[in-house]
Design a binder for this molecule. Structure first.
Ligand code: ADP
Ligand code: MG
Length: 215
């Protein structure tokens, strides 16, 4: 599916997507938070981009751990440590590998979900990024089990992630800043569920293009 150089390219593309969607993600964080989610992630992924050059020959564990550490150390908001540990734990699963197949990706995604649950002391239906991540991973595993190929699996994952992000409008947040607004959060889409959906979309588009590695 992708080698170290291609994974670095995907991380850089995620950074560009966060920059592109910075205002939108920040707007979503207005009514239920402190209007900084897009700003946080754009800053975090700029730091990721600065750390990646020179790692093209390293294993995926090193690359993802480096990215995760950059997020933890540059993002002040909750999403920094949460996404940071997700990338780091995913990296632990991929340690020693310089190529990733769909099976590895799904294991890494499981570890990422686990990391967010542990770090955020959260589960599904609490109006967080987990409401996009968990259904996405479930849909991808189901698609894989039914014999779908990588592109279709990632498409199924993206559809489930966006549906999950949409569903956060119906949930009252019980974790993070959004929990402070209680019922007033109803009708608002969770910024973290949205940023995760954008990240998975980048992976899907990169894998779908035969130009996976091209910048
Ligand atoms: P902050 O809330 O500190 O300003 P951000 O705005 O960058 O940080 O990120 C907010 C997002 O982080 C939320 O939309 C939600 O998806 C996610 N989040 C916050 N707290 C938790 C938690 N305890 N568990 C899982 N996700 C969380
Ligand atoms: Mg915020």
């Amino acid at each position: 599916m992708a080698d170290s150089r291609q994974v670095i390219s995907i991380l850089n593309r995620i950074g560009r997507k966060m920059e592109e969607q910075k205002d939108y993600l920040t707007e979503l964080d207005g009514p239920i938070g402190d209007s900084d989610h897009g700003i946080n992630l754009a800053r975090g992924f700029r730091a990721v981009e600065e750390k990646l050059p020179g790692l093209e020959d390293k294993d995926l564990g090193t690359i993802l751990k480096t990215a995760g550490m950059a997020l933890v150390s540059t993002v002040g908001g909750a999403s920094g440590p949460l996404y940071g540990s997700a990338y780091m734990k995913a990296g632990m699963v991929l340690a020693g590998k310089t190529e990733i197949q769909m099976g590895d990706f799904l294991q890494a995604m499981d570890a990422a979900v686990e990391a967010v649950m542990q770090r955020g002391k959260a589960t599904v239906e609490e109006a967080t990024m987990l409401d996009a991540m968990v259904p996405a991973v479930k849909a991808m595993k189901e698609a894989e089990a039914s014999g779908a190929e990588a592109g279709e699996i990632l498409e199924a994952g993206c559809r489930a992630a966006w549906a999950g992000a949409e569903h956060t409008k119906d949930l009252i947040a019980t974790k993070g800043r959004a929990s402070y607004v209680g019922e007033r959060g109803l009708g608002h889409q969770d910024p973290g569920a949205t940023s995760f959906s954008f990240m998975l979309e980048v992976v899907k588009d990169a894998v779908a293009g035969s130009d996976t590695a091209e910048e």
